[in-house]
Structure formats: structure tokens, C-alpha cells
Ligand binder design. Structure first.
Ligand code: ASP
Length: 696
């Protein structure tokens, strides 16, 4: 009997309510998560925006190649190109520090909704409301960190404006790269195959977390020692087969399943199409810049890859929104809800205008969308502008009391934020930035509302083209120079306002507009928070059920089965791909190149114990109907006993729409099969010491 897969990224608090046995899982809720004892969750970690699993008692982490990509890229040069050739640390000394990586492990959580919401007063404006909530969240976090030194605390919003949970994490700051296959394995198929099934990508890598010798969290030092996780996840080299139950634990980033049709409309007509346009252009420019110079290509590799990932996902979401008529369906449901509200005078007086009020916020966002999105993109696309923004914003924020600062500038975060900027600066490329700045100014000049922004108006009225304005600014700017940025970080806003650097001065002059935008966003958040709080209440009455909160980068459980699907009429796709498919796809042309070492082992038939008994091939990737999103990258795919049989890395194209609505028919997640991981690591690249470390 196969149980139906669930739409559900369950928080740990929901586990006791699930019938795990019926879902084919042999573990109890307490074996999965138990804050008072060692449980499976102690072996799961968050790795920056991804998930990972500890697979040895010595802090060895398995995650995706695309999650370690930034570390691999930062350690690569044209002469020592780890992206192309892969990396194997033969021993601990050879492991490469990844200074902008952090690892966290969920220790416990508690509901703090009442404490958070008690900061709100009836007479507050929406902006004041958000600020009061944010401040209370920070107070609770700092208090928890004081009470439990060494643990990191974070308050997450579960239901907008309604429920808040304080999570405590072990937080590790020394993370190192241990093993990465060549990109031709780790990203086989590139963007052509990204978000697609069938898939033949070995999207995995190994990292290791370290602590100070006394076990406390510390930044990199050569005296640090491997982190000792409370438990680690056992690897199951036998893998899984079609129809087997699997489950995932991980840190899914964001979903929007509880948002109204107005939000989806904003996504469909404003944000997603603009994202596609802006990212396609930037990717194209970065590719052009790197085409003849490998060192430039390496600088852009990480950024270009992540933009390409979001760009294709956005196209999938657009297609899904149109095809699945999700906006129309949601509108229909809202009409039913409105009828229910209107059917009772008391209800009508409380909730009567609720849906209309929410709608009006999204209408405002849609109207302002073009300007807001492009203004924000200006300081993303042009990297020097983003460094300048960070420096000036830091000077303004650091002058405030700690609790009043934006999170990146609080004392507990500032060293890390600065470190991240420094690492990002190592990839700076002046010529590309010129093109990005010119392109963004060009785009902004076509948006009428941006002519009302004084510093932009001045630029647009210059007789010169945006290209020459950008060239002039970038040729002379010092914002790409780490020493300059470091010196600026010690200056006051007034000192920085006197800058003669034209690009920096543009950012300083735009800063008030960015502040206004930040406040606008907070006011919307305050308004929507209040409205959605009521919406959840009345929806729960109407449907007589409770909901699962949207993903918010906190720990979640999801389960399903290894399962085929049908993306189109008369098409059925089976759920296990194999090495034979890698060979069939290999053309020798990017992105379908297979390393010599892999081909040799394939031809020699050296498959060891990693053959799939039924398929007679080494399985490469598996497909299953769990409920995942970005952030589940690197999540362990676990069998019914909680043993590792794969590493989640993607979804099929149709499932990009998961973020708005999950569906049993088309929602499928993709993981790399553990047998391929072990075959590549051990048989092909000879890192047998890692297999031994995993107890194999
Ligand atoms: N590959 C995906 C990502 O990069 C993972 C997912 O969204 O399912 O975010």
C-alpha cells in the first residue's frame, strides 16, 4: 500500500500529529526530533542558504556541489582551477577554509508569539508596528543568547502577524571544503538540464565544520578541531528503489501558499517577468566578459550560476502560473471565503473588507513595482554600488543603538557581514561593472517615476549617454579596493558624504530614497501582517482545519515516495536515472562533458557494489514526490530508517510552481543517488579515506 504524499513542509511541532507509520517511515516523531535527547535532527545542519548532513563523528558534511560552489569558486584561479578539475583534500591540513560559510544546527524552539505581539499597540502606524515587532524579536534573541551563551537565537515569523517561534542554534563559523567533483560531474547538464528531469548531475560535495579546541564556536584558526556532532547520519550504500518511502529534513527558504490571488498577480505580471529580463541580461554580459579570459569567468561563475538558477526557476513559475490557472483558482476560493464572511453580520463587521484591504496593498506594490525593483537591482547588478551602499548604510546604522540597527549591522552580526563583503570584493571586475551600471541607469531612465528621484534626474539630464556616465564613474571609483572600503567603514556618515568618488557619491545621494523604500516595505509588512493574521483566523473557521506555515528557512520535515510522473499527455518519466544516461548525453561540448576518469571506470565496468540490482547500472539521480523548495538543496534524502540514500538538489520544471502551490501530479523533487556519490568519490576519484570516515 502506498500512502498519499503530502503537501507539507512540517515544522517539528507538527511531527507528533503525523502518522509516520502510514507514510512508510519506521521512526517515531521523537526519534526524528527530541530537544531533550539525541535525535536525527542533531545530524542535520543548515549550510548558508542550503542544508547539509553530518556523515561522520568528525564534522564531515555532505551537501550539494551548488551549495559549496561559492567556496570552490573563491578558491579557484585560472592556474589552479578547482571548478574544472575538482578538489580532494588528502588530509585535514589540505582542507580549504570557506570564510563566508556558516553552519547551524537546530537545538530547540519555543513559541514566543505572545511576547512578540505584546509590543504592538492599537494606535501604532503600520511602520511603527513592524519596527516594534522587529525590535521585540531582537530583544528576545539577545536575551536568549545571554541566557545560553554559545547558542545563536533567532525569532522566525511562522504565520504573518500571528505566530512567532524562537529557535536556538549551535552556530559554527569555521567551515572548510573537503571534496568537490569536477564541475563536469557536479553541474553536468548545466542550465540546459537545471530544473529538469531526467537528470544526470552529481550535485554533491563534502565540507567539514570546525570548532575551537574546547568545542566552542570560533572563526577559522589552524588550531581548531573538527566539530563533534551529537550524532551523525548513517549512509546506506544500498540506496532506494521505485516506490520506497523517503523523507527529508531541511531548511526550505520561502513559499507563498497562504498569500492571496493579488500577490500571485503581482508575481505573474510584475516581479517574475522583470526578474527574467534583468537576470538574462546580466548572465549574458557576464558570459561575454568571461568568454576569452578564464580568470574573469571564474570571478563571475558563482554569481552567474545563481542568477541563472533563479532566472530559469522564474520562467518555470511563470509558465506554471499561466498553465495551472493558479491565480484564477485562488480567486475562486477567495470568493467563497468572502461569501462565508458576508453570511454572518458579526463576521462581516470584523472581516468584511479584509480581502479588499489585502488586495489594495498588492495594487500599490504593482504600481510601484518597476521603480522599486530596478532601484534595488541597481545596487545588486553593479557590485561596486553594493559595496558603497553597505559602507554608507553601515555608517548610518552603526551610529544608532544596537537594537535599533538593521540586523546586518548589529554587533552580533557585523563582523560576519563585513567578512562577506570582503569575500565578495575578491570577485570584483571593473569592466563588467561598467556595463551593469550603464544598463541599470539606462533601464531606470525609461521609468518615468525615476525622473522624480533627484540624483538620478541630474544624471539623466546630462548630455552624455549612460554608458559614458557609467564608464566615468567606474574608471575612477575606489569602491572595488578593499583598503578603501576598510577605511570608509571607520568613518561617520558626514565624513563619507564629502566623498569625491562619483559612484560613491551617487549611492550616498540615493541613500535617502533607499531608506524611504525600506520604510515603505516595512509599512506594507506591518499592514499585511495585521491583515494576514485575521485572514488565517477566518480561513481556519471557514475550512475548519489548521494549516502549516509557509517555509521560512526554519527546520522542516517532508515525506513521500520515489515515484514516476507525467509532465505531459502520453509522457511518463521513470524515477531513477543511471550512468548509462550520462554516457548517452555526453557530447564533449559544454555542458555535456564527462571527465576522462569517469569514462575510464565506466568502460572498465568498475562499478563495485554500487549497481542498481534491477537496472544493472549505477543509479545517478532519483525523483520523489516530497514537498521542497530552495533551501532544501543539500537536504538528506533518508530511507524509512533514517539512513542517507541521496542528497536533494532540485525539482522538475513543473514543480518550480511548488512555491505557490504543491500538487501530487507534478510536484517532484530530485536528489543525487548515494550510490553515484560513493562511486564518484571512491571508485573514480580515489577518496576512499572519506568512505572509511563514513564507516563504509
Ligand atoms: N535547485 C534548487 C535551488 O537551487 C533547489 C530547489 O529549489 O528545489 O534552489
Amino acid at each position: 500500500m502506498t500512502a498519499k504524499a503530502d503537501d507539507g513542509m512540517y515544522p517539528m511541532s507538527e511531527l507528533p500529529r503525523l502518522n509516520l507509520k502510514e507514510k512508510g517511515i519506521e521512526l517515531t516523531a521523537e526519534q526524528l526530533f527530541n530537544p531533550h535527547q539525541i535525535s536525527l535532527v542533531d545530524g542535520i545542519c543548515r549550510v548558508n542558504g542550503c542544508t547539509g548532513s553530518f556523515v561522520s563523528p568528525n564534522g564531515l558534511i555532505i551537501t550539494n556541489h551548488h551549495c559549496a560552489f561559492d567556496a570552490i569558486q573563491k578558491a579557484s584561479t585560472a592556474a589552479n582551477d578547482l571548478l574544472t578539475h575538482g578538489f580532494i583534500a588528502a588530509n585535514r591540513e589540505q582542507e580549504i577554509p570557506a570564510p563566508d560559510y556558516q553552519v547551524r544546527i537546530t537545538e530547540n524552539y519555543r513559541d514566543v508569539s505572545a511576547e512578540v505581539l505584546s509590543a504592538v499597540r492599537d494606535n501604532m502606524s503600520f511602520l511603527e508596528r513592524t519596527k516594534a515587532i522587529d525590535k521585540r524579536r531582537k530583544e528576545l534573541e539577545l536575551a536568549a543568547e545571554k541566557e545560553h551563551p554559545g547558542l545563536r537565537a533567532e525569532v522566525a515569523e511562522m504565520f504573518a502577524g500571528k505566530t512567532y517561534v524562537l529557535f536556538q542554534y549551535t552556530f559554527l563559523k569555521d567551515v572548510r571544503l573537503v571534496f568537490a567533483p569536477p564541475i563536469a560531474v557536479g553541474n553536468f547538464g548545466g542550465e540546459v538540464d537545471n530544473w529538469e528531469w531526467p537528470r544526470h548531475t552529481g550535485d554533491f560535495s563534502f565540507m567539514r565544520a570546525y570548532t575551537a579546541p574546547d568545542g566552542s564556536s570560533a572563526t577559522y584558526s589552524k588550531d581548531n578541531v573538527p566539530y563533534k556532532p551529537k550524532r551523525f547520519i548513517q549512509v546506506a550504500p544500498e540506496g532506494v528503489d521505485e516506490n520506497d518511502a523517503v523523507f527529508l529534513l531541511g531548511y526550505p527558504g520561502r513559499t507563498a501558499r497562504h498569500k492571496t490571488a493579488g500577490f500571485l498577480d503581482y508575481e505573474q505580471n510584475i516581479r517574475l517577468p522583470m526578474t527574467v529580463e534583468l537576470y538574462q541580461w546580466q548572465i549574458h554580459e557576464m558570459e561575454k566578459a568571461g568568454a576569452t579570459d578564464r580568470s574573469v569567468a571564474i570571478k563571475h561563475a558563482s554569481r552567474s550560476k545563481s542568477l541563472a538558477n533563479v532566472e530559469k526557476r522564474s520562467r518555470g513559475q511563470l509558465q506554471g502560473l499561466r498553465r495551472a490557472k493558479i491565480v484564477a483558482t485562488r480567486m475562486l476560493k477567495e470568493a467563497e471565503l468572502q461569501a462565508y464572511i458576508d453570511s454572518d453580520p458579526l463576521r462581516k463587521s470584523r472581516f468584511g473588507t479584509l480581502l479588499k484591504d489585502i488586495e489594495s496593498v498588492y495594487q500599490e506594490m504593482s504600481a510601484a513595482g518597476a521603480l522599486e525593483i530596478h532601484l534595488l537591482q541597481l545596487r545588486q547588478a553593479c557590485r561596486a554600488a553594493s559595496f558603497g551602499y553597505f559602507v554608507f548604510d553601515a555608517s548610518v546604522e552603526r551610529a544608532k543603538s544596537d537594537l535599533d540597527r538593521e540586523p546586518p549591522y548589529m554587533d552580533r552580526n557585523f563582523a560576519q557581514s563585513t567578512q562577506e563583503i570582503k569575500v565578495a570584493m575578491s570577485d570584483w571586475h571593473r569592466e563588467t561593472d561598467e556595463i551593469m551600471l550603464a544598463g541599470m541607469l539606462e533601464r531606470l531612465s525609461k521609468i518615468p517615476a525615476s525622473h522624480e528621484i533627484e540624483p538620478l534626474k541630474v544624471l539623466f539630464s546630462e548630455a552624455k549617454s549612460m554608458e559614458s556616465v557609467a564608464k566615468d564613474m567606474l574608471q575612477k571609483t575606489q569602491l572595488g579596493d578593499p583598503a578603501f572600503v576598510e577605511a570608509c567603514l571607520k568613518k561617520s556618515p558626514d565624513e563619507l558624504r564629502n566623498t569625491e568618488d562619483r559612484l560613491f557619491s551617487l549611492i550616498v545621494n540615493l541613500h535617502p530614497f533607499y531608506l524611504k523604500l525600506r520604510d515603505t516595505e516595512k509599512a506594507r509588512e506591518g499592514r499585511l501582517g495585521q491583515l494576514y493574521g485575521s485572514l488565517v483566523e477566518v480561513k481556519q473557521q471557514f475550512l475548519a482545519t489548521s494549516f502549516i506555515p509557509d517555509a521560512n528557512a526554519t527546520l522542516r520535515f517532508t515525506c513521500g515516495r520515489v515515484r514516476a510522473y507525467s509532465p505531459a499527455d502520453a509522457v511518463v518519466r521513470t524515477p531513477i536515472s543511471t550512468l548509462k544516461g550520462v554516457i548517452e548525453k555526453t557530447t564533449g561540448v559544454e555542458p555535456f562533458i564527462t571527465p576522462e576518469a569517469v569514462l575510464k571506470k565506466y568502460e572498465a565496468g568498475e562499478f563495485g557494489r554500487f549497481l542498481h540490482p534491477r537496472l544493472g547500472q549505477v543509479p545517478v539521480a532519483i525523483l520523489y514526490d516530497t514537498d521542497t523548495t530552495g533551501g532544501n538543496s543539500g537536504s538528506p534524502v533518508l530511507n524509512k530508517n533514517g539512513h542517507l540514500v541521496g542528497v536533494n538538489f532540485d525539482r522538475c520544471f513543473e514543480a518550480t510552481i511548488n512555491d505557490f502551490a504543491w500538487n501530487q501530479d507534478y510536484s517532484r523533487s530530485i536528489g543525487v543517488d548515494i550510490r553515484y556519490v560513493l562511486w564518484i568519490t571512491g571508485t573514480v576519484y580515489g577518496a576512499d579515506h572519506l568512505l572509511s570516515e563514513m564507516g563504509l
